[in-house]
Design a protein around this ligand. Structure first.
Ligand code: OXT
Ligand code: ADP
Ligand code: MG
Length: 576
């Protein structure tokens, strides 16, 4: 329904009019975009108000980067572009990190930003918040568009939606100069100019020959392995993926955000035998996972000396051969590809070789047994395993909760310890290993899914978006934040031997993050033992009240950079 703005006053020419504000709102609603994440200000304050009045949910943040991260994960969780709305120049730049993050992670997102007067910006005459935003956004996203005429708003948004969700999903920038909002046009013509995007992400069917090649290669494997990445989780082809994996009988490894696509406790899961399967597998099928740094680029020590062949299923043809030769590329959307694979397998697919399965399960059981006693640790202050042991049980009992996770040790250890049982329940730092996603992700996860959120955050990680606890309280979202407070980045024990300033990685000792939550009317708890932690998290999850638990972790418990300390550059010269 078109939102009519004004009526012309000219006698005898009564004409329904609309304007840029209303056309943006109508175009969003027409395309089912009902939630916006942003920060108000010139020139979009009224747009936000009018959106609310028109029934769109507008979540107002304290910093655009967090609103942007919220939009990016909304896109991942829903397969519809998440929308972030920012003001010109500084607001736009604050949102841009999240737009680049969405592109890097293949999440569909649209950053809509107001911008200043084109005539002044282009002559560089020093306008209010002057910046050539379109040019700056272009290299950091999949596509970037600017709309100058109200009559083009419909087309502009349609292009943005299609670009974000079709093919490999990613971030799109949409530049809306201030003047556009006030432009008036005939309401009927305005309504006609809107575009409802039909089949925004069309199925991309793989070639039958590619499917056949992949199946033949996989069948020939003595030591098959399937790696599921967050592209597979994004695809929402959960039942087919599970059926495919189970029909092959092969061990599978789930990348961090793919955890739960099949339960981590599944008999074929090789999550706890990661090193073994990567080293020893002979045919590896990648489904929605890139051979980037997180998979050691498919070569080197991690992958061992045994010859390997790769099958890769991805929507992006250019992904093939990006790091190593792909013997069987299957290009298409994962839903179509996996269903074609399933159909091609027929009714008598041979069981995966028992010797290989035994090797994998033996290694897995050893690692699980090694970890088990650590999870029972009752130490106070807590160590990571003692605290995570408790959270692992809580997630098992509440498999629908969304688990948000960032930090270094807090991230790496939680990934291994906390089993996931359902798809798209674990969201974390992703491809960049970025700190700062925590509160934005928590807010969007609660808003988009309606499920409770458990955010497990390093004390450093939390600091990047901590002010959004006010946002969580303001909207009364069912978010329970647990801060693993070890007084610093990686550890809280570093000492600066050269002066009186604290070392670069340490924070104020004994900080009480729980007080921050209390300042805004949420529940704050200081937990010094696993028992206290368990009680507090369960209470928060039962009540749905915004809660922040300051979990006191031994400052000496972590290690430098968690599991990726090897990426720190080393010099032959001795450290000073
Ligand atoms: O097979 P093996 O024997 O090898 O064993 C493996 C598994 O088989 C086994 N396993 C299990 N055993 C038993 N039971 C179970 N259930 C089980 N499951 C698994 O365990 C091992 C390990 O398994 P895993 O984890 O699967 O394997 P691995 O080898 O670790 O995998 C490799 C990777 C690369 C895939 C994996 O490590 C990974 O995904 N890593 C992601 C790492 C990452 O992204 N880290 C975040 C960035 S770190 C750094 O950059 C930080 N910064 C700088 C900064 C950033 N990032 N961003 C911005 C905007 N500014 C600055 C900062 C500031 S971190 C950071 C803050 C840190 O401080 P905090 O206070 O927040 O956090 P704390 O450290 O807690 O203090
Ligand atoms: P992970 O970090 O979990 O390993 P990546 O982000 O590296 O996952 O890889 C995700 C891959 O999934 C990307 O290469 C992307 O092109 C692909 N992808 C995303 N959505 C789909 C889809 N619907 N169909 C096919 N491939 C997809
Ligand atoms: Mg820390």
């Amino acid at each position: 329904m078109l939102n009519t703005a004004t009526k012309s006053e000219a006698p005898g020419t009564e004409q329904e009019l609309t304007d840029g504000f209303h056309l943006v709102i109508d175009a969003l609603k027409l395309n089912g975009i009902n939630t916006i994440y942003g920060v108000p200000g010139i020139p979009i304050t009224d747009l936000g108000r009018m959106m609310q009045a028109a029934g769109i949910r507008v979540l107002s943040f304290r910093h655009e980067q967090n609103a942007g991260y919220a939009a990016s994960i909304a896109g991942y969780l829903t397969k519809k572009p998440g929308v972030c709305l920012t003001v010109s120049a500084p607001g736009f730049l604050n949102g841009l990190t999240a737009l680049a993050h969405a592109t890097t992670n293949c999440f569909p997102m649209i950053l809509i930003s107001g911008s200043s007067e084109r005539e002044i910006v282009d002559l560089q005459q020093g306008d209010y918040e002057e910046m050539d935003q379109l040019a700056i956004a272009k290299p950091l996203c999949k596509a970037a568009f600017r709309v100058l005429h109200a009559a083009d708003i419909g087309i502009g948004l349609a292009r943005a939606i299609r670009a974000a969700v079709s093919g490999r999903p990613g971030g799109v920038y949409l530049d809306l100069p201030a003047k556009l909002f006030g432009q008036v046009m005939d309401a009927a013509a305005g309504a006609k100019s809107l575009v409802k995007v039909i089949d925004a992400a069309p199925a991309q069917i793989p070639a039958p020959s590619a499917v056949k090649r992949a199946l033949e290669l996989f069948k020939s494997a003595k030591k098959p392995l399937i790696i599921l990445g967050k592209g597979a989780a994004y695809a929402q082809a959960d039942d087919d993926i599970r059926a495919f994996v189970e029909t092959t009988g092969a061990p599978f490894l789930q990348m961090s955000m793919a955890k739960g696509l099949l339960p981590d406790t599944h008999a074929q899961s090789a999550g706890a035998a990661r090193s073994t399967v990567l080293k020893d597998a002979d045919v590896v099928m990648l489904i929605g996972a890139r051979l980037n740094w997180l998979l050691s680029h498919g070569k080197g020590k991690t992958w061992g000396d045994a010859p390997k062949k790769f099958i890769q299923i991805d929507i992006e043809p250019k992904e093939m051969d990006s790091n190593v030769e792909i013997a069987a590329p299957v290009v298409g959307d994962i839903g179509s590809c996996v269903s074609a694979l399933l159909a091609g397998m027929g009714g008598n697919w041979p069981a995966a070789p028992a010797e290989w399965l035994n090797t994998v399960s033996k290694k897995r059981d050893e690692n699980v047994a090694k970890m088990a006693p650590k999870l029972m640790s009752n130490a106070s202050p807590m160590d990571y395993h003692g605290a995570l042991g408790v959270l692992r049980t809580i997630v098992k009992e509440r498999p629908d909760a969304i688990f948000v996770n960032e930090g270094a040790n807090t991230l790496d250890l939680a990934r291994g310890v906390v089993d996931m049982y359902k798809p798209r329940k674990r969201i974390d730092v992703g491809t960049w290993g970025v700190m700062g996603i925590g509160m934005g992700y928590s807010i969007a996860a609660a808003v988009e899914t309606g499920h409770p959120v458990l955010a497990v955050e390093g004390d450093s990680a939390f600091g990047f978006s901590g002010m959004e606890v006010e946002t969580i309280c303001r909207y009364q979202l069912p978010v329970c934040i647990v801060i693993f407070n070890n007084d610093g980045i990686y550890r809280g024990t570093d000492v600066n031997k050269a002066g009186s300033d604290p070392a670069t990685t340490v924070f104020v000792k004994g900080s009480r993050y729980d007080k921050m939550m209390e300042a805004f009317g949420g529940v704050g708890v200081n937990a010094t033992s696993p028992d206290e932690l368990k009680r507090a998290v369960n209470e928060a999850m039962d009540s749905g009240k915004p809660t922040l638990i300051n979990a006191v972790i031994d400052p000496a418990a972590g290690s430098e950079s968690g599991r990726i300390g090897n990426l720190n550059p080393q010099s032959a010269l001795k450290k000073k």
